[in-house]
Design a protein around this ligand. Structure first.
Ligand code: GMT
Length: 378
């Protein structure tokens, strides 16, 4: 039997796909007997139960009058080094090249070469910051200073080589979900609670309402769907685009048909009352929310960018459309909503794809193999 490992995990712990994946990974590794140390600015929001082998080390960032901004990166590096030394960590697994891989590199300089760094790229650091020449060099350094690097889709691996050109192998390790949470449930009461009539179909969109998510395209697509099929749109999440999305909903006369639910935790229940999920982003390295919806039997319509086509199989368990093509998205949605047979087939196939193509156990093992490989000097 292999030795159990001591693993430090750093991520942005607030709501967001990278924080979710990092936290769920920590929990599943702990269930396999590893000792997990979250080194983050606050307790990861999905860490919702006590585990005897999961520890949380808060990064305190003090405001010093000599600094304009509180030095998060330096406080984190110092905390990583302190925890790594005291707890004798084997691995630091950081999510995001900058700043986290750079902080891990500094911590390693302080503690010694035995500490191995694994960096997972989630997208925003590459697709947004990577196109800023003043950041590209630092991102490249963070990637090359890591002992192993993973990215959440083949598309993100390719984009990283195209934009950053690091001399480092990058391996795809897909996102995964906890299949004990994400499965289709009977949540019919919710439809009732939201005053959605039995015959009305439910379209759902979940995001952080950043510009890249193109939430206005969701509203426009929904307007075309609602012209043909009696339906409601659930908008879940919050973010910078929220007020302009609200304005659009009002100006299009859709107020009665769109429910703004804000940030929600029990998404599995909301997916269980949904018929279709829309994700019309212009950048998306994977689209964890697609996988969550598919696992609950919701066929998804997404854009032909980044990792989305690696998650949705076009014409099999959902549809892929070009960015901005709201007419095509609406046409596909109406086709799905108009045929019970097609919808049931896609729904079944979505659940199978979520289970088979993104097997939780296998993905966690992929990360474990990376850790063990590193410690054996591979
Ligand atoms: O989607 C976001 O804006 C949040 C972002 C994050 O950093 O948490 O999500 C990224 O990582 C997720 C987990 O790997 C992916 O599923 C999302 O596709 C990715 N977002 C983008 O690439 C825009």
């Amino acid at each position: 039997m292999k030795n159990k490992l001591k693993i430090g995990i750093t991520c942005y712990p607030s709501v967001g796909g990278s924080g979710v994946v990092a936290t769920e990974l920590g929990k599943l590794l702990a269930e396999k007997g590893h000792e997990i140390h979250f080194i983050t600015s606050s307790i990861p929001f999905r860490l919702n139960k006590v585990y005897s082998n999961i520890y949380f080390h808060g990064v305190e960032v003090n405001q010093y009058s000599v600094f304009k901004n509180p030095p998060y990166d330096l406080a984190l590096s110092s905390k990583m080094a302190e925890v790594a030394e005291r707890e004798k960590l084997d691995i630091l697994h950081v999510h995001y090249a900058i700043p986290h891989a750079i902080c891990a590199f500094l911590a390693k300089q302080m503690t010694g070469d035995h500490l191995k760094i694994v960096t997972t790229l989630h997208g925003t650091d590459i697709t947004v910051l990577g196109s800023d020449p003043s950041m590209a060099q630092l991102i490249r350094f963070g990637i090359e200073a890591s002992d192993r690097v993973t990215a959440v889709s083949n598309a993100l691996v390719q984009q990283t080589y195209d934009l950053i050109a690091p001399k480092q192998h990058i391996e795809t390790v897909y996102n995964f979900i906890d299949d004990r949470v994400y499965y289709k449930k009977d949540a019919a009461h919710l439809k009732n609670d939201y005053k959605i009539k039995d015959h009305e179909r439910v379209i759902i969109h979940v995001s952080n309402f950043r510009q890249v998510k193109r939430v206005k395209d969701i509203v426009k697509t929904f307007a075309l769907i609602a012209d043909q099929v009696s339906s409601k749109l659930l908008l879940v999440g919050d973010g910078p685009e929220m007020s302009s999305v609200c304005e659009l909903v009002h100006s299009m006369g859709l107020r009665e048909k769109v429910l703004f639910l804000g940030k929600q935790e029990n998404l599995d229940e909301l997916y269980s009352i949904s018929d279709i999920k829309l994700l019309m982003s212009e950048k998306e390295s994977f689209g964890l929310v697609l996988l969550e919806a598919m696992a609950c039997g919701v066929p998804c319509i997404g854009t032909n960018i980044g990792g989305i086509p690696e998650v949705i199989s076009d014409g099999e368990n959902g549809f892929i459309v070009e960015v901005g093509d709201i007419e095509k998205a609406a046409e596909k949605a109406v086709a799905l909503l108009s045929s019970q047979d097609l919808h049931s087939r896609f729904s079944e196939q979505a659940m199978t794809a979520a289970r088979e193509n993104f097997k939780t156990e296998q993905i966690v093992e992929q990360y474990e193999d990376i850790y063990y490989g590193l410690l054996q000097g591979d």
